[in-house]
Design a protein around this ligand. Sequence first.
Ligand SMILES: Nc1ncnc2c1ncn2[C@@H]1O[C@H](COP(=O)(O)OP(=O)(O)O)[C@@H](O)[C@H]1O
Ligand SMILES: [Mg+2]
Length: 295
Amino acid sequence: MVDQAEQLRNVIKLNPPPKPHARVITVTSGKGGVGKSNTSINLACQFRKLGKRVIILDADFGLANIEIMFGTVPKHNLCDLIYQGKNITDIITWGPMDIGFISGGSGIAGLSNLSSEYLNYIVRNLAKLDAIADIIIIDTGAGISDAVLDFLVASGEILVVATPEPTSITDSYSLLKALNRHPRFSREDSKIMVIANKVSDLTEGDTMYNKLETVANRYLKLPVSFLGSVPRDRHLEEAVMQQKPVSMQSPNAKSSVAYERIAYILMDKEYNKSLVKRGMAAFFSHIVAGNKKMG
Ligand SMILES: Nc1ncnc2c1ncn2[C@@H]1O[C@H](COP(=O)(O)OP(=O)(O)O)[C@@H](O)[C@H]1O
Ligand SMILES: [Mg+2]
């Protein structure tokens, strides 16, 4: 009997994703409430300003964060693609600034039980995202669950959001440790980047990053890089209340300017020298194949 992971590899071979591939950036954190969803949506706005086509996948299955911040309720989610035979284009909600949004639902958890016919369908559909987006941002749930780790090891770019509180630094380190231990994690294939959020000044952000980098290097031999700090900003809190990204509501607010800078760094050629864009189809096949192997 051909095992399912093998079947999946064949499916992918038969359906090579269209080129060029989208960049897949996965936003995560050791604990909740540190600003992942705000980071995702504001970077999306800033990438749009730079002319990039952006889709956000909300993979925080418990809480539908992004849709609240978008002020729109998506009609469908990833489950409908899988179980209702919807097309990928049917489940994208186009929000402000033409940012595409896909609600994950609880769609990914069920992937390990699907037949290769289904997988073929999903991979073909997800591959279409590579043609309609330059950048796909995945907003994950917090914490070190297997589902989140599966997403992270499949990502070329892992963006860890942390705050200067000692518990946040410890939790970020625990996340990196769990990631480093994951059987499918490869430090050559994934770039780990850090944002310090809710800082009171730049020094606080630098200090936080230095602490995290020191332990990641010393105990895990894991290279990380710093994207910069986002200040604690009253305008951001107000924007959240208005269900708007601060980058749109108050483009000159200090947090908006910080997101702009970070988006700029992420687009920098030199910064991206070693980056391998594998695209969305490869991203998902990595997750599905992994789930199958685990049984
Ligand atoms: N830079 C910031 N300045 C002020 N408040 C912030 C900032 N970033 C996040 N917050 C606050 O923290 C809350 C949680 O942010 P959110 O992006 O939803 O976190 P997560 O997705 O990690 O749970 C937001 O509602 C907002 O009020
Ligand atoms: Mg969130």
